[in-house]
Design a protein around this ligand. Sequence first.
Ligand code: ATP
Length: 371
Amino acid sequence: MAKILFNHVYKRYGKFKEVAVNDFNLQVEDGEFLVFVGPSGCGKSTTLRMLAGLEDISDGEIYIGDALVNDYSPKERDISMVFQNYALYPNLTVYENIAFGLRLRKLPKHEIDLSVKRAARVLEIDNFLDRKPRELSGGQRQRVALGRAIVRKPQAFLYDEPLSNLDARLRVQMRAEIISLHRKMEVTSIYVTHDQVEAMTMGDRVVVMNKGVIQQVDTPELVYNRPNNIFVANFIGNPPMNFIPGKLLEDGEDVDFHTNRFALRLTDKHAAQLRKHQLVGKTVILGIRAEHMSFESYELEQHSRSLITGVLEFGEFVGSDRYYHLEIGMDSLLIARAHTRYQFNNGMKVSVALDMEKALFYHRDTEILLT
Ligand code: ATP
């Protein structure tokens, strides 16, 4: 078990030295389960592969424990990796696949046997030990791949989109199994996915990446509730956060957020922060999540200074709730969540009250969180 450190790590590919990973700095704590998430091509796999030793590092340093591993072979790094395509040997049985790494290490036969059977029991594949991978389902194959990773206690586990080939239900089950395995083994783990739900449900911390650059490293709660910038706010959460541009104007002691259709009163805390940034009189972007708006008539009366009225375009039924898409002028849509007891018809004019405590404000040009 070990902590892992990335120190100003870069990856440049090809003749044109295109930067795939750009000044990556991160400390992964001992025993932590960390998730890299971001859109396709953002550099998550490349970062993981540099750590595993499967890809050269163009610049910077990677440490596993106290050892600088830049020049170590994959084997010397003592880490186990689980891939999306399982990477099982088709001609070997499940038993032989799981035992493979231990045999390479020339461990005594009875020790190998003990380890393989223990891992197979934990993963509930002990009835398939004589089968070949082709005789297994996708979920069972992925369990064999996990088995191969856990038969020994490496310094770290790396997972590269291990569940992408499984159907939705099995994915949810395997997620829980991987986390419960992690709790038992407490080996430092890095898990790569492009699925934000997977990232949020599994990670102790989540690293959000875009175009080779880290955007935010935080707990799932913070990444969701206080996204550092508009990219993260858009990427994390479904539906994505709503964004509305508007101008901040003084009204006596208060500050209001104005569009040409409505004005919203800021909380004192937001007003003070935005004054400090000298943004009163300027345009900023307000961010608000679908669940932080209310259709309750009581709330509408209480919060007359935080109302937005729009025309209902359509509602999406998602079980206990419905997401209503409101046209609010300036070609903008607002998505607000309501309990299904509310029934609105398309084309109706409706108002929502914003929970201004939950509103976030972003800089118009840098798109960075202000308050
Ligand atoms: P995905 O979720 O699609 O796997 P990713 O976030 O893991 O994406 P990487 O596979 O790390 O992204 O790729 C990062 C960038 O590096 C991409 O722009 C990709 O095209 C580029 N890249 C990856 N491998 C190579 C390579 N061998 N040669 C040149 N460019 C590469």
